[in-house]
Design a protein around this ligand. Structure first.
Ligand code: SF4
Ligand code: SF4
Length: 440
């Protein structure tokens, strides 16, 4: 089934300026006919294009809060990044109590599930279960899709645990069923997430056969609804069940800190993550046993659904964590139930760059691409609507573009038709024209 992405283009706003094409880490954007297109097989929902588009033509949408009406009992799973969005917040309990005033019947913190995963991971480390080193965190769905698409050789390095929001959904649903006696279909479980990638992951999980969430709401949508109830709360309920370790997962370095003493490296920002993965693929291994990789700057607090600047949110979370216990959760499930924390399907290579299903045809297309690329200028100017000359050559061979979309190819044709070099050069935009040397 095709993945339903949460990053979408607002066609009316797009002016075809091409600013977005070069920022995409998987070369998923093309601009043709004054309009951008996102190739769905290539998008990893990183949000880079949302941040860079000067016309706000690319956006990410969470699920509509109207879906709460489809369920008799609704559970909110707030990601810890939510807590960093509010000025002068004294206690996480204020946010959790207010969630019960806006349509949810129960809250289950994703930070609690994160603590359970950290505890599970620590037990696995001490029990000596062998894994490829360095082990790569499985907590950022964008990084998971990036590895599956661009770095398939590194799939064996990825930790086998599911996302904290997924574990929270499984455990919260169990609790809700026991507490209410309702059948599962009457219970809706919804994550409140900091980024587009987690909305897509809620619909199409990377490591689970079936979705365990009924939807995912953007932090910015819930934030606005929470402001008034938070001010008007008559009673603040003691609902929080997470400590420093769980809440710390909201920022880059938090998951590593919860590994207690393991040699960990934390990398944030999609380009830095790519650099690190390229290094490992080339055999330049970091001196670390565990790599925490976050696509967003500063980790989840940097996701495009947040309201607050990531650095300010990080500072607030630090303040909130003062006085909290290190952790409030140990993974106490009996041995036979512990698999709940692990993926139930292996991560698979995503063949988004495969040229054809038939290997012979694919090889012939590859040769055609290389041949055409050799005759392109290698300026990667983007005026053809592709991010690089290589991507343009691929588009031509795959029938997504015509050779005439390259202004240098058109200049060649003009030269051969008119025989005039100067006239053909005038056709090019100023940066690519031959420099006129002043007469001496
Ligand atoms: S940056 Fe991309 S999406 Fe935004 S207006 Fe320009 S071409 Fe369109
Ligand atoms: S969200 Fe990321 S991967 Fe998807 S089109 Fe935008 S920049 Fe490319």
């Amino acid at each position: 089934m095709a993945m339903r992405h949460s990053v979408v283009l607002d066609v009316k706003r797009c002016r075809g300026c091409t600013t977005c094409i070069k920022c995409c880490p998987t070369e998923a954007i093309r601009v043709r006919g004054r309009r951008a297109t996102i190739l769905p097989d290539r998008c990893i929902d990183c949000g880079s294009c949302i941040r860079i588009c000067p016309h706000k033509a690319i956006k990410s949408v969470g699920d509509s809060l109207d879906i709460l009406n489809n369920y008799q009992y609704c559970v909110a799973l707030p990601e810890p990044a939510l807590y960093g969005q509010f000025h002068h917040l004294d206690s996480v309990d204020i946010v959790l109590s207010a969630l019960l005033k806006i349509g949810f019947h129960k809250v289950y913190e994703v930070a609690k599930a994160a603590e359970l995963i950290s505890d599970y991971e620590r037990q696995t480390i001490t029990s000596g279960v062998s894994k490829a080193t360095p082990q790569i965190s499985s907590s950022c769905p964008t990084v998971l899709r990036l590895i599956r698409m661009r770095f398939p050789k590194l799939i064996g390095h990825v930790a086998n645990t599911i996302l904290p929001m997924e574990l929270a959904a499984i455990l919260a649903r169990r609790e809700a069923e026991q507490e209410t006696g309702l059948p599962p279909e009457k219970i809706g479980v919804f994550a409140i997430v900091p980024c587009s990638s987690k909305v897509t992951a809620a619909r199409s999980p990377e490591g689970l056969e079936h979705p365990v969430l009924d939807g995912a709401f953007a932090i910015r949508d819930i934030y606005l609804r929470l402001l008034t109830p938070m001010k008007e709360l008559e009673e603040v309920l003691p609902l929080s069940e997470a400590g420093i370790m769980g809440i710390g997962w909201a920022t880059c370095g938090g998951e590593s800190a919860a590994r207690l003493g393991q040699r960990c490296a934390s990398v944030d920002g999609i380009q830095n993550v790519i650099q690190m993965l390229e290094g490992i693929e080339d055999g330049r291994l970091p001196e670390a046993d565990f790599l925490e990789l976050s696509a967003c700057t500063q980790g989840c607090v940097g996701g495009c659904f947040n309201v607050e600047n990531p650095y300010a949110a990080k500072l607030r979370l630090k303040g909130l964590m003062k006085g909290l216990p290190v952790s409030r959760n140990r993974f106490r499930l009996p041995e036979e139930e512990r698999d709940v924390v692990c993926r139930d399907k292996e991560l698979q290579y995503l063949p988004a760059f495969v040229l054809d299903q038939d290997r012979g045809v694919a090889f012939s297309k590859l040769l055609q691409i290389q041949e055409l690329e050799e005759h392109l200028p290698g300026l990667h100017c983007g005026s053809c609507g592709a991010p690089s000359c290589r991507a343009f050559a691929e588009d031509v061979v795959l029938g997504r573009a015509s050779e005439d979309d390259c202004i240098f190819k058109v200049r060649e044709r003009m030269r051969s038709m008119t025989g005039s070099k100067a006239e053909a050069d005038d056709y090019l935009p100023p940066p690519f024209r031959r420099r006129q040397e002043p007469d001496k």
